[in-house]
Design a protein around this ligand. Structure first.
Ligand code: NDP
Length: 330
């Protein structure tokens, strides 16, 4: 398929500086954790990726294990980046990660240099790329000294296999330690990827302060809480939703009557703002200037378009924020 990106692709997206770095990221970035694996329809996946780029989304986030099968999201992304998007590589920030289980034996997960270096080599091969823009330690390893994990990230930058490195799922203390180790090696942490949404407010307890002090960007994952913070589950569990899929990470048990009651109230606040609940949830994450980008998922182009429209209303009144705080306390 011939693809020529829209000439207007940079007209509507908002770009935010990633901490104190030279990089700007789109306020909305797209992740390939779900919906881009071998179990999914490749044509829909490709359509979502191309539409995202056409709408100014310049950042795509992957990990070694995204699928299912693990690795297949990178293979599928590779097909698009090397075909339709091949002429646009320099306009795109691609990230991948290693930390979770990928292969058997003692070197197939966590934070050893052996695992991280081998995993990135595998990811590059699967995507057909010479380098990624950002490589993350996907989770802290309690059994490997941070010195080793950070030395691996530093080596990966020096080898040119990644331009920048990041941390994901590190708590405030682990983040400070890792960032200082990287600095002592002459490298810096570009970005941190924590779970953050109206439902999960943990990063407000220290992490975001540290990132701000250190000039590190913040890209929250699952800002829609995997779809909970949309109007999707207000009247039951729709077929083919993430909670309905056997390989989906969202458990049906998360959708309790108490939660649904709160979601209905949040939906009312969103409607009064002229937004869908998904849009308000994304605007809410982006209300804090320390957030560089909201890292969303989408299973269709229409969802992507709906989410992108959050950019039309990013401001909140004090009254709206306090209503949200009452329903979803920090
Ligand atoms: P979201 O919280 O954005 O959830 C995405 C899901 O919400 C979609 O698959 C869809 O569900 C539903 N949805 C999206 N937009 C809309 C809309 N406008 N209206 C209604 N429903 C909508 O993010 P994810 O949980 O998918 O995570 C995003 C990315 O974050 C991942 O792809 C990955 O890159 C990263 N991530 C990183 C982790 C880490 O440890 N570092 C962990 C998890 C994610 P449905 O499929 O049911 O249609």
């Amino acid at each position: 398929m011939n693809f020529s990106a829209s000439k207007n692709r940079y007209n509507e997206m908002v770009y935010r500086r990633c901490g104190s770095s030279g990089i700007k990221l789109p306020a909305i970035s797209l992740g390939l954790w779900h919906n881009f694996g071998d179990v999914d329809d490749f044509n829909i996946a490709r359509e979502i990726l191309l539409k995202a780029f056409d709408r100014g989304i310049t950042h795509f986030d992957l990990a070694n294990n995204y699928g299912p099968a693990p690795g297949s999201a990178e293979v599928n992304f590779g097909k698009v980046i090397n075909k339709e998007l091949s002429g646009y590589r320099d306009e795109i920030i691609i990230s991948t990660k290693a930390g979770y289980y990928m292969w058997p034996g003692p070197y197939g997960e966590w934070g050893s240099k052996k695992y991280l270096v081998a995993s990135l080599d595998q990811s590059l091969k699967r995507m057909g790329l010479e380098y990624v823009d950002i490589f993350y330690s996907h989770r802290p390893d309690p059994d490997t000294p941070f010195e080793e994990t950070m030395a691996a990230l530093d080596q990966i930058i020096r080898q040119g296999k990644a331009l920048y490195v990041g941390l994901s799922n590190y708590d405030p203390q682990q983040t400070s330690e890792a960032v200082e180790l990287l600095e002592s090696l002459g490298s810096r942490c570009l970005i941190h990827q924590p779970k953050y949404s109206m439902l999960v407010r943990e990063p407000e307890n220290g992490l975001m302060d540290i990132l701000e002090q250190k000039g590190i960007g913040c890209i929250p994952f699952s800002p829609l809480a995997q779809g909970l913070l949309t109007n999707k589950y207000l009247k039951g569990i729709p077929r083919d939703s993430r909670a309905d899929k056997s390989h989906g990470f969202l458990q049906k048990s998360a959708i309790t009557p108490e939660l649904v009651q709160k979601l209905v109230k949040l939906d009312n606040i969103a409607q009064k703002r002229g937004q869908s609940l998904a849009q308000m949830s994304l605007s809410w994450v982006l209300r804090d200037p320390r957030i560089t980008s909201a890292l969303i998922g989408a299973s269709s182009v229409s969802q992507l378009k709906n989410s992108l429209a959050c950019l039309d209303n990013l401001g909140f009144s004090d009254a709206e924020l306090s209503q949200i705080d009452t329903l979803m306390p920090a």
